[in-house]
Design a protein around this ligand. Structure first.
Ligand SMILES: [Zn+2]
Length: 523
């Protein structure tokens, strides 16, 4: 009896050992885990895409069997897969357009754009959409649409500010979007009109995004999918394994169909009408999910941008002592948005860039919910770029409300980073289109206006991985290279923790894995 029990016990142990034997080990590495209790390990073992164990190479290799695939890292640096927490797919999707890559606030010269558009008109069919990026000089030129109409009478034209705030449509595009010169401003946005003719020239904030949906709907899914695929192929070269797309509805079917190798969170960006926000269309797809693509949360743009002088500030804009900017939504609507966030489990993400906007939102949050309620909601403030000159009282409130400060490195050089982290506030990274994570890491660690606010590269990687997973309520499954988490990781071309700062942007992934599966290899 005793012998039988011992044998049974041994068989059990063997079974357990087999269940625990990894199908993959990677060893002999400089593996940064993003887990502050043990920041570096040499090796890790993976089974069915999940990390079984981490430790020294010796410990981990001991777990391997003859069937285990072994990867010798030869001392290379590994980080958890990068999570790009804020991007907008589709901004550049579509085939017919001109290129503008300089990304300066004034943008391309009006004459140059008219010239490009008239040349494109000659090469495409009547009715084909033409698109391109612009800047302030065209957004502010109230006679531009008229000129556009004269060079493109039979083609809809979509011109989009390269930073995403501000659209110019020609007459044919406006007609397709159901907008005429007497249309009322939609909720969250407004039209700027030519003062002489009364014609709509510039479509601001939600007025622009609502209209842009007409363009995105016109692009056939195969072209969208092709564009998304080529984008994905760049992302995995940078070690990105998760992406959070804030997107209009017209992109959703293509995102699902692209069946990306990258884990994708779709965050609804709602359209509005002249009477209300239009949530209905999203309710149908909230529950749709595949192993790699799911939908959650909701994004609102509460004010504009400093470029457009449409962020609401406590101090006037230079050169106009009466202009402080504006809110996109009336206070009552913002209050309603906050109430919806408390009543539902849809995580609220708010684009806020003016300090007065931020103060308004903070006080409305205080009047609609308790600190405890708000902390459980993990409300995200996108861009981390809206501080009052004194900052201190806002930072206390951020902490109390449990806000996640989603820093956009290219726009937020002035903002505190180190002070927030010191205070125990969660800082994530919302790149907003700047895909190369190593450029963003370079900015956050060396280019803050106040050098005392630069953070360390380790803190930047933690923000990009662990905190960005927390920012999508996914910290139990990813974000650190620790037992029980998905084996999402990147083997890097250089040691980003020790190389000189200017070398950071050249970093690439040599091998990107999602769930233990190789999704990119440089060889
Ligand atoms: Zn954005």
């Amino acid at each position: 009896m005793k012998t039988f029990l011992t044998i049974a016990f041994l068989i059990c142990l063997l079974g357990a050992a087999r269940a625990q034997s990894p199908d993959l080990v990677i060893y002999n590495g400089n593996i940064f885990t993003s887990d502050s209790s043990r920041l570096y390990v040499q090796a890790l073992a993976v089974k069915k895409g999940i990390i079984l164990s981490t430790g020294t190479s010796e410990e981990i290799l001991r777990m391997a069997t003859s069937k285990t695939k072994k990867i010798n890292l030869h001392g290379k640096t590994v980080i958890p897969g990068i999570n790009d927490a804020h991007d907008h797919p589709g901004v550049l999707i579509g085939d017919i357009g001109y290129n503008y890559v300089e990304r300066e606030v004034p943008g391309p010269a009006p004459a140059a754009v008219l010239d490009s558009v008239s040349r494109l008109v000659k090469t495409c069919k009547p009715g084909d959409w033409i698109k391109g990026l612009i800047g302030l000089s065209i957004l502010k030129d109230m006679g531009f649409r008229q000129k556009l109409d004269s060079v493109a009478p039979n083609n809809p034209v979509f011109l989009f500010a390269w930073w995403g705030h501000g659209v110019v449509f020609n007459a044919m595009a406006l007609k397709l979007a159901g907008i005429n010169d007497s249309s009322k401003d939609p909720v969250g946005g407004w039209y700027d009109r030519n003062p002489a003719s009364g014609e709509i020239n510039t479509l601001n904030e939600y007025a622009g995004w609502n209209a842009a949906e007409t363009y995105y709907s016109s692009v056939p899914d195969p072209i969208k999918i092709k564009g998304l695929k080529s984008y994905t192929s760049q992302q995995i070269e940078y070690g990105i394994t998760s992406i959070q797309f804030m997107t209009t509805y017209a992109m959703v079917p293509a995102i699902f169909e692209e069946n990306s190798a990258i884990r994708t969170r779709i965050i609804p960006f709602t359209k509005t009408t002249d009477a209300s926000r239009n949530l209905g269309i999203w309710n149908k797809v909230y529950k749709t999910a595949t192993p790699l693509v799911y939908m959650s949360g909701i994004k609102y743009v509460i004010d504009g941008t400093p470029f457009n002088e449409s962020s609401l500030h406590s101090r006037p804009y230079p050169g106009n002592s009466h202009w402080f900017g504006r809110l996109n939504f009336p206070r009552d609507t913002i209050k309603q948005i906050l109430k919806e966030a408390l009543a539902s489990n849809r995580q609220l993400m708010m684009h806020i860039t003016g300090d007065s906007t931020f103060n308004t939102v903070l006080s409305l949050m205080k009047s609609t919910g308790t600190y405890k309620q708000w902390r459980s909601r993990r409300v995200r403030i996108e861009h981390n770029a809206a501080y009052s000159p004194d900052m201190v009282s806002q930072i206390d409130e951020i902490k109390n409300l449990g806000l996640l400060m989603m820093h956009t490195p290219m726009y937020a050089h002035q903002s505190p980073l180190r002070s927030l982290i010191k205070k125990g506030i969660k800082v994530g990274i919302s790149p907003d289109g700047l895909t190369n994570p190593f450029v963003n890491i370079m900015i956050m660690t060396s280019q803050q206006s106040n050098p005392a606010e630069n953070i360390t590269r380790e803190e930047a990687v933690i923000a990009y991985t662990k905190n960005n997973a927390y920012a999508e309520f996914a910290e139990n499954s990813k974000g650190t290279l620790t037992k029980g988490k998905l084996a999402d990781l990147a083997v890097l071309s250089q040691n980003i923790f020790t190389i000189p700062t200017p070398a950071l942007p050249q970093t690439r992934s040599l091998l990107t894995m999602a769930g233990g599966r190789v999704i990119y290899s440089s060889k």
